[in-house]
Design a protein around this ligand. Structure first.
Ligand code: MIC
Ligand code: SF4
Length: 652
């Protein structure tokens, strides 16, 4: 049996372990990316590792999330990041240059290489055949310091595309269909590989829309073959040298196969409040819409904005609907400005925002109370838009643009003939907003504004753990629930004492004060706990508040890894029905925990003293992860291994 593409690339990068699903593997990381919201912490952690220069082939630091600058915090962090990049050998993409994933695809992604990014949508680069994985900032810091990335070998699922998309049906509809079939937890523990004749009909930017939103499946990553379409994209970006052909062997084996007939797909839309709550657009056509937002790392490429401009040309935005557009990058914005497409958007009444994440992460453009917003983004979790009771739908740019004109959810096929979009033979290449590292790093002083607080570091694990269940939550809790983002909270990403006051804000605003008063404790959750963003703040801030363990039915990958990195014990219930027995405020005890973990038994006992019962839970930690837990987290572990070098240098 031949190899699938995933295994071929992983094999090339394998440092240790065997490629059997579920077994821990270590892979070499060629490239890293960070963005400002996770990057400040990642670079503080990198600095604490005491390495003079990054040891990757390429590392890029992007500023794209926190650009509102409503106070000094964001600008201070930008300066910190720019000086860190200059000193430690990292390329720096300045604010205005675009969203990290869009710019990385345009300027840096290379087929067959590995990329680790401190953002869950890093898999976007899988659109050109990279194995691109999202992780917590600490894992990315370790990769910059030359460490391999450890993960469990995922299973590999093939999504076999046949046929070709009909007019007005797009790449977004393909990934929404995959989400409809597999759900937001259907990709956990898997890499999704795309194949079949239908792949040849999709351009690299369309493929990137699909791999981007593979994050919403919970997948480790998603990857397309590298073929002639990949070559022409890289050539048009002036990077043909980066191209290599890559494909699965014809007789490759997969753990699972999903088939999608592109001919049969129709325009789709995800309804509130989950990306897998997918319906046909034509079944929702009576829904009035207050706001349409076009942009984000999923759908803001040149191709997408040309489709939008083509629809808006000579038409007007509905008087009851606001249309905002954020182009994905400076390249996209400059090209649509030069060819006049921007004028079509402005003339139709669109509000043009800068090339950043913007409304996708709640940095402005919150909808009205109970308002309906149709967005081309990838997440519609409750509250993420900035308005707790808004109803957010996710669609293609085509559906979004037509909806903005009609003021209600509208199937774009009403417009008749499709818009013809010609992909450029040459993209406009101007990297002036990408600053290379300094040739004289010894002369670069690191700038630290007052918002950068020392990195909290956990204590080694005590012999036993005990404490209260501080909070009990249900299924599919996102990291947006645990550690909200948005214009008020995001500026505090480098200030853990301040940001920890917002933990679980939308779920139970009393959580931080109760956790502190109780001297810490436990959180209990349902299925797929911690889905969504890679933000390690969803582990770091609870750790700061004293959370010692999280007991759930199942975890999302990145969040579980982040909990381990910060020394919070992740436990899954052996018998999911035990969830019903546990109540908030129950007293938990885990006696003799250090010994139990060291004994390599995967199952341990939680004594629920309040109920007088014992509950079985699995930790599923690898030997390496047991050592990390015992040390009180990854930084302490690295310190032990390196003879005590790690320190928190971010003193102010
Ligand atoms: C997101 O889409 O939620 C973010 C903001 O890009 C996050 C990272 C973060 O919280 O900083 C992600 O997806 O990882
Ligand atoms: Fe930015 Fe939104 Fe993409 Fe996250 S999902 S990187 S916030 S555009």
């Amino acid at each position: 049996m031949g190899l699938n593409l995933t295994k071929k690339i992983l094999q090339e990068h394998l440092i240790s372990g065997e490629m059997t699903p579920g077994k821990e593997i270590a892979i070499r990381i060629d490239q890293t990316l960070t963005q400002d919201a996770t990057g400040t912490m990642a670079y503080l952690q990198f600095e604490a590792m005491g390495v003079p220069k990054v040891r990757t082939k390429l590392s890029v630091s992007y500023i794209d999330h926190n650009t509102l600058q409503t106070g000094f915090e964001n600008a201070d962090d930008h300066r910190f990041l720019q000086t860190m990049a200059a000193k430690y050998g990292v390329y720096f993409s300045r604010p205005g240059n675009g969203i990290c994933h869009q710019v990385h695809l345009e300027r840096f992604a290379v087929p067959g290489l590995t990329l680790l990014g401190s953002d869950s949508h890093t898999p976007t680069a899988g659109g050109v055949g990279m194995i691109a994985i999202g992780a917590g900032g600490l894992d990315v810091a370790a990769a910059m310091a030359g460490q391999p990335f450890y993960t469990r070998m995922p299973r590999v699922a093939l999504v076999k595309l046949t046929g070709r998309l009909q007019p007005w049906v797009t790449a977004k509809d393909i990934i929404l269909e995959v989400l409809r079939i597999l759900t937001v937890k259907g990709g956990v523990g898997k890499i999704i590989e795309y194949g079949g004749d239908g792949t040849a009909t999709l351009s690299a930017p369309e493929r990137a829309t699909i791999t981007n939103m593979g994050a919403e499946l919970g997948a480790t990553t998603s990857v397309f073959p590298s073929d002639e379409n990949t070559r022409s994209y890289l050539q048009a970006e002036g990077r043909e040298n980066a191209w290599t052909p890559l494909a699965a062997d014809p007789d490759a084996e997969y753990d699972e196969v999903v088939e999608i007939d592109l001919d049969k797909l129709e325009p789709l839309i995800a309804q509130p409040h989950s990306p897998d709550n997918v319906a046909r657009v034509k079944d929702l056509e009576d829904v009035n819409v207050d706001q349409v937002a076009i942009g984000s790392c999923t759908n803001s490429s040149y191709r997408d904005l040309m489709a939008v401009a083509g629809i808006l040309r000579g038409r007007s935005v509905h008087p009851d609907t606001s249309l905002v557009i954020s182009p994905g990058s400076k390249q996209v914005l400059e090209m649509v400005a030069r060819n006049g497409a921007l004028v079509d958007m402005i003339a139709a009444g669109a509000r043009i925002l800068e090339s950043t994440c913007g409304p996708c992460i709640g940095m402005g453009q919150a909808p009205r109370s109970e308002g309906v917003s149709v967005r081309t983004f990838n997440r519609n979790f409750p509250g993420r838009s900035g308005t707790a009771n808004a109803k957010v739908y996710l669609s293609s740019p085509e559906v979004a643009a037509v909806t903005a004109i009609y003021g209600k959810i509208t199937d774009p096929r009403v417009l008749g003939d499709p818009i013809a979009i010609e992909l450029p033979h040459e993209y406009l290449i101007d990297d002036k907003l990408i600053v290379p590292p300094s040739p004289e790093p010894e002369n670069v002083d690191i700038y630290r504004g007052p918002n950068i607080k020392p990195l909290p570091i956990n204590e080694p694990m005590p012999d036993s753990l005990s404490g209260k269940v501080l909070l009990k939550v249900g299924d599919n809790i996102t990291t947006d629930h645990i550690m909200p983002a948005g214009a008020k909270v995001l500026p505090l990403r480098s200030n853990i004492p301040a940001i920890s006051e917002h933990v679980f804000e939308g779920v139970d605003a009393t959580f931080p004060s109760r956790a502190k008063a109780a001297g810490g404790g436990f959180v209990v959750g349902g299925e797929n706990y911690g889905q969504g963003s890679s933000r390690e703040h969803a582990a770091l801030a609870p750790m700061y508040l004293g959370v010692k363990g999280v007991v759930v039915k199942s975890f999302a990958r990145i969040h579980r890894e982040n909990l381990i990195n910060f020394g919070i014990l992740p436990l899954t219930l052996v018998n999911p029905d035990d969830y019903e027995e546990i109540d908030q405020n129950d007293e938990f005890q885990m006696p003799d925990l250090r010994n139990v973990l060291m004994s390599r038994q995967p199952v341990l006992k939680i004594v629920d003293k309040t109920k007088g019962v014992e509950i079985e839970a699995r930790h599923d930690l690898t030997e390496r992860q047991v050592e990390i837990m015992l040390a009180g987290g990854m930084l302490n572990y690295i310190k032990l291994k390196s003879g005590g070098r790690v320190e928190s240098r971010a003193e102010v």
